[in-house]
Design a protein around this ligand. Structure first.
Ligand code: HEC
Length: 352
């Protein structure tokens, strides 16, 4: 099972991303300051029924509520604090859902949910773990770290927002993040990140390949090709050198799919996938050892995404993971299109 997951990253994993370690108390206070600002902005925007603004600030809160905040409390085995943070994440997701309606956002419920969030999440944790006031400054309640600890229990599934890579997906607990590289069909090497997690039912990973630098790399390859071959691509008879970026992008999901097919497992499904009207490819494999792999591949806005779940023989399919992918805009807000999203190119004008 483990062997297969490593296969997804094609043994390209280089280093663990920095920032996964514990945060300093100063950074913790800065995080809280950001919470104060963001929640204040949500409240003001909700009051003004400016839901698009409110959603941006909710996205900031969602970012703050994953990563170092839950890690800080779970590494201190404060199950009650971890639970408050987790509940906060759920509440923020529901709030975002309510405000994302394109018709008729329910004004009163949104207000109420915002208010309840402050009480049930921010205040709830402060009541247990914070002391001091605005004048003397805030600090951790004395003895917080010496209290008898409450162990943290089994991992629960929750939506993880990978802001830097513009997607979200469900994971059991917090994923581990690795930097990696990915070689495209036309042979350029791009930076990628791999998010992995596991539970008793399987292992789960999502890889995001950043294509923003692809054009520049292809242009360099083109220039090197011209310098080496003297091919200047002039006139009506362009030679062999060219910037292949468009072909590489067009073939990106197919090339990724080929990577799964090449493993030699029995292919039990190969067909279309769609998330938020963004089309992709879904693949299921039956591996030699009886385990199953459930993969999906998407292209969206200069990112190539590959997800994979592996389940041991006889385990149920990983529906929480497989159906949980979403794509985010630059503010961290989930994207939904009105019509099917065409990967990469608009319809060109006709020559005849
Ligand atoms: C899981 C616990 C927990 C949650 C949830 C939490 N806080 Fe805090 N917060 C603390 C603790 C502990 C302190 C005291 C330590 C500190 O100030 O750094 C604190 C301090 C603060 C401070 C003072 C920062 C400073 O030191 O100047 C502000 C402002 C704040 N929190 C705002 C918020 C807001 C707004 C939310 C909700 C969106 C929130 N917090 C959610 C635990 C939490």
């Amino acid at each position: 099972m483990r062997r297969i997951v490593v296969g997804l990253a094609a043994a390209l994993v280089v280093q663990v991303v920095a920032g996964q370690e514990d945060i300093s108390l100063e950074d913790y206070a800065a995080l809280m300051e950001s919470n104060r600002e963001a929640l204040g902005a949500v409240e003001a925007a909700v009051e003004a029924a400016a839901y698009q603004d409110a959603r941006r600030s909710v996205a900031i809160l969602r970012r703050n509520f994953q990563g170092s905040l839950p890690r800080f409390w779970s590494s201190r085995e404060r199950a009650d604090a971890v639970e408050i943070v987790r509940d906060g994440v759920d509440r923020l997701a529901r709030l975002e859902e309510m405000m994302s309606r394109t018709w008729d956002v329910p004004e009163m419920p949104v207000r109420q949910a915002t208010e309840e969030f402050r009480g049930a999440v921010c205040d709830a944790c402060h009541n247990i773990y914070r002391e001091g006031d605005g004048e003397s400054g805030f600090r951790f309640r004395e003895g917080v770290f010496a209290l008898e600890t409450v162990p943290v229990h089994a991992r629960e599934w929750s939506q993880y927002l990978a802001f830097d890579d513009r997607f979200s997906i469900n994971f059991p607990g917090e994923p581990t993040i690795h930097e990696a590289t990915y070689v495209t069909g036309y042979g350029i090497t791009l930076p990628a990140r791999v998010y992995t997690a596991e539970d008793d039912f399987g292992t789960y990973s999502a890889m995001a390949v950043d294509w923003n630098g692809a054009n520049e790399l292809h242009e360099k390859a083109n220039e090197a090709c011209q310098a080496a071959t003297g091919d200047l691509r002039g006139g009506d008879n362009p030679g062999i050198c060219a910037n292949h970026v468009e072909f590489d992008i067009r073939g990106a999901t197919l090339h990724a799919a080929f990577g799964f097919l090449q493993r030699g497992s029995e292919v039990t499904f190969f067909g279309p996938a769609t998330e938020g009207r963004i089309g992709g490819i879904r693949i299921q494999l039956l591996n030699e050892d009886g385990s199953r792999s459930f993969a999906s591949i998407f292209w969206h806005e200069n990112y190539l995404y590959m997800t994979e779940a592996n389940t041991p023989p006889g385990m149920p399919p990983p529906v929480l993971f497989s159906n949980g992918m979403n794509f985010l805009d630059e503010y961290g807000i989930r994207i939904a299109y009105d019509a099917p999203y065409s990967p990469t190119f608009p319809v060109p004008s006709r020559r005849r």
